[in-house]
Ligand binder design. Structure first.
Ligand SMILES: Cc1ncc(C[n+]2csc(CCOP(=O)(O)OP(=O)(O)O)c2C)c(N)n1
Length: 640
């Protein structure tokens, strides 16, 4: 295999141009084989193979800096930059990350996973390079959907202003996760589908040159005509107006074209945008046919393209996921409340809003990969009297922090935030875990924040949120459903309606108070059962509300047991447990035992969710051990 001979990009350069198509095929086969086993981002990675080979063939990484936007398309880059032998560990615990990771390789300039960041980061390096009088190339590779994010536009605007040497490669496959949306995507599509213009442009220019000099009026009109026609006919005029030299569109799956074009433009001393057209899923027929299904996949059968189920998964009764429950309940509620509208930022399937989009097409908005705008847009909808429901993964809502504060909470608007994938997400790792939302929401005035312990409670909370009408409400819930939760029986909540700021006691006890939030409540019931065997009788409280807290109930329990443990799947610093600490200062005896259990003060790696929970001290066993060590130690101290 050619791939076996490549340990770094220098080895790649030893291959002839004629050998590169075979190498591309080998890379594709490897990617399909490994992703079929480990899961991962398949379709985008397959589409970018020739582009990545071409980039490494022409550039000199790591001296030259290549910055991948999102980074989910960069598997071929990993294979060409010394990680071939470990590629089978992709996304597995202690294995290769599914995204570029600067701690994993010197070829990964940034650790990435969120969209629209590449041009800004590249431009910063360009400015530093020039200030330090260094000499390397900087290339940002960005997808058509990511280019629609505000940060990418801000960076283009700045790059065109400072006019320094930078190459932006627009990898246009006309797809986000599903079909790209938005006016930019329509514009790019017009470039791809319109007839060939460069020739027409030349013809017009020649014609204008021949216009006899009959005075200013004719020249002015001719210039105006030229501009008008240029806008109509020249591809990439938008980018040219922003200060970039535009090249393309070229076939990004044709290795000769990619190499030839890059060779010609790589050393142009100005901002250059190369528009490359690729096919999402290229080379794997199932992915070419339904690229959205193969954007991010779990293990699958290569011959059929069908998902492979984990042991017994197909035969066990599968509980619906939180996402599915939200998907259904919003349709129910919208059926009776016509003010309810829904917003996604390029993730209708992931958030479960795809069903809503079919049921209520006029009340559904996909704003593209633009979370900040999504929240500002929701503010406008709410201000004009509607009830917008913004469904965004916890990690991506970080983008909208100021919009949440300034445009929604400060105005006390009835916007409902549905934060899916809150907590550890597993294999996507560092950039995708939803660790910060409790901490970032709980300190904003006027917002109500909740976390359901299971799917039934999610429904109740959503209905409560829609009927609340007194300001913003956020609901956070994890990936998956109670299928992936501990084996405990789910608790019936019927008859225990959601009331603003009211918690519930799931198990009474006299020795220790454990307050959990969200699905952790079930984990805590298992912990309590084990602790009972050790002679410790726990009171387990499901807080339901992150804000406002039910301090009456929680304080009553602490005063009874004099031992408080809080447990959350979020950063422990400034999180849910901290808010209880702040509330009890001065209200409890000084020598009571208090311990906040949550995610530690570090970014959490990727891998199997249960293993990660255990590593972070949040498995049933680890929580039990922490409680025993704290409770018993203190009892011993008191006796002395
Ligand atoms: C800020 C942000 N929002 C949402 C996502 C989720 N997401 C990952 S890839 C993707 C689509 C990317 O499309 P594009 O940029 O065109 O790249 P392609 O996959 O087509 O190569 C989305 C929405 C993200 N990574 N970052």
């Amino acid at each position: 295999m050619l791939l076996d001979t490549i340990n770094n990009p220098d080895d790649l350069k030893k291959l002839s141009l004629d050998e590169l198509p075979s190498l591309a095929q080998e890379i594709r086969d490897t990617i399909v084989k490994i992703v079929a086993d480990s899961g991962g981002h398949l379709a985008s990675s397959l589409g970018a193979v020739e582009l990545i080979i071409g980039i490494h063939y022409i550039l000199n990484a790591p001296q030259d800096k290549i910055i991948w936007d999102v980074g989910h398309q960069a598997y071929a880059h990993k294979l060409l930059t010394g990680r071939r032998d470990r590629f089978h560990t992709l996304r597995k615990i202690d294995g290769l990350s599914g995204f570029p990771n600067k701690y994993e390789s010197e070829f990964d300039v940034f650790t990435t996973g969120h969209g629209s960041t590449s041009i800004s980061c590249a431009l910063g390096m360009v400015a530093a390079r020039n200030l330090e009088a260094e000499d390397y190339r900087v290339v940002a590779v960005i997808g058509d959907a990511s280019l629609g994010g505000g940060m990418a536009f801000e960076a283009l605007n700045h790059a065109g202003h400072i006019r320094k040497k930078i190459l932006v490669i627009l990898n246009d496959n006309e797809m986000s996760i599903s079909k790209s949306v938005g006016a930019l995507s329509k514009y790019l599509n017009r470039i791809l589908t319109a007839p060939i213009y460069n020739k027409v442009r030349k013809d017009i220019e020649n014609l204008l040159k021949r216009v006899p000099r009959f005075g200013f009026r004719v020249i002015r009109s001719a210039k105006r005509l030229e501009e008008g026609l240029k806008n109509l006919l020249v591809p990439g005029m938008l980018f040219e107006e922003l200060g970039f030299r535009y090249f393309g569109p070229i076939d990004g799956n044709d290795i000769r074209t990619v190499v030839g074009t890059l060779r010609n433009i790589i050393d142009m001393n100005e901002p250059v945008l190369l528009h490359v057209v690729t096919k999402k899923g290229k080379g794997y027929p199932h992915a070419e046919k339904i690229p959205e299904k193969f954007h991010g996949v779990s293990s699958f059968d290569i011959s059929t393209g069908e998902k492979l189920y984990a042991r017994d998964e197909k035969t066990t009764e599968k509980a619906t996921s939180f996402t599915e429950v939200f998907s259904e309940v919003i349709i129910d509620v919208a059926g009776t409340d016509e003010k309810v509208v829904a917003i996604t930022a390029a993730m209708p399937e992931g958030t479960g809003l795809d069903k809503f989009s079919r049921a209520f097409p006029d009340r559904f908005f996909d704003v593209g990969m633009a979370e900040q705008h999504a929240v500002g847009f929701a503010a406008g909808l709410a201000r004009a009297g509607l009830k917008p429901v913004v469904a965004i993964y916890s990690t991506f809502l970080q983008r909208s922090y100021d919009q949440i504060i300034h445009d929604v909470c400060l105005q006390n608007l009835n916007v409902i935030f549905m934060l899916d994938r809150a907590g550890l997400v597993g294999e996507d790792g560092l950039t995708h875990h939803g660790l910060f939302d409790i901490a970032y929401l709980r300190n904003i005035p006027q917002i109500v924040a909740m976390a359901p312990k299971d799917e039934i409670e999610l429904k109740e909370m959503f209905k409560f949120a829609v009927s609340y009408n007194k300001g913003p409400v956020a609901i956070r819930y994890p990936r998956g459903g109670s299928y992936s939760l501990p084996s405990h029986q789910r608790i019936e909540v019927r008859g225990r309606d959601i009331e603003l700021g009211k918690a519930e006691i799931l198990k009474e006890g006299k020795d220790v108070t454990i307050v959990g939030i969200g699905y952790m409540s079930y984990v805590l019931l298992d912990v309590a059962a084990l602790l009972l065997d050790e002679g410790i009788d726990c009171e387990v409280i499901n807080a339901r509300f992150i804000k406002p807290l039910d301090m009456e109930l929680i304080l009553g329990s602490i005063l009874k047991t004099e031992k408080l443990f809080t447990v959350e799947e979020g950063v422990v610093n400034g999180g849910f447990g901290s808010s209880i600490l702040e509330a009890i200062v001065g209200k409890v005896p000084q020598d009571i035992i208090i311990k906040n259990i949550g995610l530690p003060d570090r970014f959490i790696e990727h891998g199997d969710r249960d293993i990660l929970l255990d590593r972070c001290g949040l498995s049933v066993q680890k929580i039990k051990e922490t409680i025993i060590s704290y409770a018993k130690n203190r009892d011993r101290q008191r006796k002395m």
